[in-house]
Design a binder for this molecule. Structure first.
Ligand SMILES: [Zn+2]
Length: 351
């Protein structure tokens, strides 16, 4: 095995307030990501402490949904009237539609090519209402967009698809939607993943992602399950609690994904979101890491990461947006990833 899972167990001493001579011990683990070397600190018992930050306020979410519906540009009665269309030269249909999904240009782009794909006709979906079909159709719209750009033979070859769901995850609208970007310079983390994968391949003569799937399947500790070509795992060194990774085998970039792959990703995401809903969560981000769309890399496979964000409630505390994650690129998990995998696996198998 060429992959090593390194961790250091440490104990922090904290003065006990009720006993001057007593010390409490906080056990922690520093875990090193086997590819990027990014550090995640697993803080044992932190999950219990985090509960004081509160669960999602379902009544508040429903009230916001009701109030924002009337002026929502993504709802069926407004979408055709107020959202922009693509230049006819490149996209004769104006907007790309697949099932309920409608994809149109982002009015506030951060890439040369950027679009928004609305997932559903419904203005607000609970996490267990994101069906495989809704997700797969929106992803398909994004892939049509990316493939069309690829056909143009331009210099923009770095693509990603991401999702912000609800305000704590950075969404400006609560209507379910995903975003797709294609640009001329690589996305930083994707670049790191690709470079490290190439280094691993040169050193060991094997594909890191292939080896990771094999190792995780064999140990079973963090392995959740597979659907077709997609393999679902809780990372050894997660970015945060309930972080889940999906590896899409033998697909180095988004344009290689088949319709079946998209449905399998949709099925897996739907299961993970159902788990999040059952766990009292309400907000999430996901992103797909892809290699450049104009070449097949033998040392790199695409992957998806999904992570829950702070619960939406009045005065919510976004502990997941502290400087450690936003500026130091550190991960913090309030529970052992192996324990989380056990719980997620149970839901993943049943639905
Ligand atoms: Zn809406």
């Amino acid at each position: 095995m060429n992959i090593s899972f390194e961790k250091i167990v440490i104990k922090a001493k904290i003065q006990n307030r009720e006993n001057d001579s007593g010390m409490d011990l906080q056990q922690m683990e520093y875990r090193r990501d086997p590819l990027t070397e990014r550090i995640c600190t697993v803080i044992i018992g932190f999950a219990e402490k985090l509960k004081i930050l509160g669960e999602a306020d379902r009544d508040l979410i429903n009230r916001i949904a009701e109030a924002t519906k009337k002026t929502c540009p993504f709802c069926p009665e407004a979408i055709e009237k107020v959202t922009p269309v693509f230049p006819k030269k490149y996209f004769p249909e104006g907007r790309i539609k697949t099932g309920e999904s409608v994809l149109f240009p982002n009015l506030f782009p951060r890439s040369e090519f950027e679009a928004v794909a609305v997932l559903s006709k419904k203005h607000y979906l609970k996490l267990d209402e994101f069906t495989p079909e809704l997700l797969a159709n929106a992803l398909k719209s994004c892939l049509i967009f990316i493939s069309r750009i690829k056909e143009m033979g331009l210099s923009e070859k770095y693509a990603t698809i991401g999702c912000n769901n609800l305000f704590p995850a950075g969404a400006s609208s609560m209507h379910p939607h995903i975003q797709v970007s294609v640009r001329s310079v690589p996305f930083y983390i994707n670049k790191i993943l690709i470079e490290k994968s190439m280094k691993f391949f040169k050193s060991n003569g094997s594909n890191f992602w292939d080896e990771l799937v094999t190792v995780e399947k064999e140990s079973g500790e963090r392995y959740i399950g597979n659907i077709g070509r997609t393999e679902w795992i809780v990372p050894f060194a997660p970015m945060g609690g309930n972080d889940v990774m999906c590896i899409i085998k033998h697909r180095s970039n988004l344009t290689e994904f088949s319709e079946e792959d998209l449905m399998d990703i949709g099925k897996g995401l739907s299961k993970i979101l159902t788990y999040y809903e059952h766990d009292g969560l309400s907000s999430f981000n996901f992103v797909i890491h892809s290699g450049p769309i104009n070449e097949k890399l033998e040392y790199f496979w695409s992957s998806l990461r999904i992570i829950p964000r702070a619960n939406l409630r009045e005065g919510y505390v976004s502990t997941d947006s502290w400087y450690g994650t936003s500026l130091l690129f550190e991960g913090v998990s309030s529970e052992y990833p192996e324990k989380q995998a056990e719980k997620i696996r149970a839901v993943f198998k049943t639905k």
